[in-house]
Design a protein around this ligand. Sequence first.
Ligand SMILES: Cc1cc2nc3c(=O)[nH]c(=O)nc-3n(C[C@H](O)[C@H](O)[C@H](O)COP(=O)(O)OP(=O)(O)OC[C@H]3O[C@@H](n4cnc5c(N)ncnc54)[C@H](O)[C@@H]3O)c2cc1C
Ligand code: FES
Length: 365
Amino acid sequence: MSSSAASRTRARGARRSDDLPVPFPHAGGVLLADQAQLDPMELLHGLVADLRAAGGRVVTGARVQHVSVIGRPTVRWDGGRMSSDTIVLATGAPTVDRALHFARLEPQRSYALAFDHPDPPDLMLLSAHGSSRSVRDAPGDGAARRLLVGGEGHTVGRARHEQGHLDRLREWTAEHFPQAVETHHWSAQDYTSPDALPRVGLLPLGRGRVHVATGFAKWGMTNGAAAALAVSGQILGDPVPWAQRLHRGRGRLPAAVGMARINAGVAAAGSLELGRAALKPLPKHVPEGEGAVGREGLLPAGRSTIDGRTCTVTAICTHLGGVLEWNDADQSYDCPLHGSRFAPTGEVLEGPATRALALRDDDHS
Ligand SMILES: Cc1cc2nc3c(=O)[nH]c(=O)nc-3n(C[C@H](O)[C@H](O)[C@H](O)COP(=O)(O)OP(=O)(O)OC[C@H]3O[C@@H](n4cnc5c(N)ncnc54)[C@H](O)[C@@H]3O)c2cc1C
Ligand code: FES
């Protein structure tokens, strides 16, 4: 890590739990010793600078669609390719999945809000009970600091009203930090494995050249670093002993039970969305900023109007055919099965899908 990135890491000492601000003392909070807080973008810039200094090449803005291990391993995207001795797929849900990772991962979407606040708590807090609430501070404009509040996670594509999750975070913040003035909101997703350990290892049929690292369960700062140590140990021929537990084929009972739970949820969500789409006709007109999924012709379709552009797409996920749901917080079509997401115009946003939705109609008027 470069020194500039490391210098922004702040150590957090042990504190007594009765130091906790509202509302955490009521949740039986405990402050853990030896915490550290860092700015992930600064860390990323530091790592990129180190990589470039060592002769590495960084390509951004390219969506990998294919990985070939015939000859020298190669990744391909629209209009480009890159070869190397070893490939590590660290794309959230792996885009090439010969190990069916998607069936062993639960995609979870969570929300975050940033606020101007005169005195945000100088603590990192995570609720231990009930709806998760996570509180941080962050640099604001000039010397000011911002309050960050996160939480309200749910399985991707199964919320029905994502905006409601953001609103609940807003209400909670207004109650406990009444001076907070919202500046930003966003959401993101991460994947959890049945036994809550990351999934790290070689991809089957990858000729020992393609590694996967995913399932960080919203603990990417630590689980991602552990996965990186495990993968680099494997590549450099110096495996880390504790990493054996992260590799696939763990086969323990809790994992099997967790996997059964995940796949029962997938089956239930698949039937539910199919039923909803079959019963409900697709509206002919959708107001600005909104979208809907329903029946039009033989297949479920989605219609949205964003910035004056009304698009109609086939609302069937190009991964394995899940019926999509409209996400009213992010204005996207989300798959309730394995978490692929698509733009209103059909392009893939994230998840295991690699192909866009079929665009049936595109009206700019
Ligand atoms: C709201 C929220 C708050 C969180 N807070 C914390 C926290 O406080 N501490 C903590 O430790 N963790 C936290 N996490 C979890 C952490 O962010 C994740 O665990 C971590 O980012 C996952 O890392 P990843 O590399 O697997 O996936 P990502 O960070 O999602 O990175 C995957 C990358 O792959 C790219 N990609 C995907 N598909 C392709 C493709 N086909 N071709 C090319 N590129 C592709 C994506 O664009 C993305 O840049 C939080 C997560 C959320 C959602
Ligand atoms: S992400 Fe697998 S079917 Fe949609």
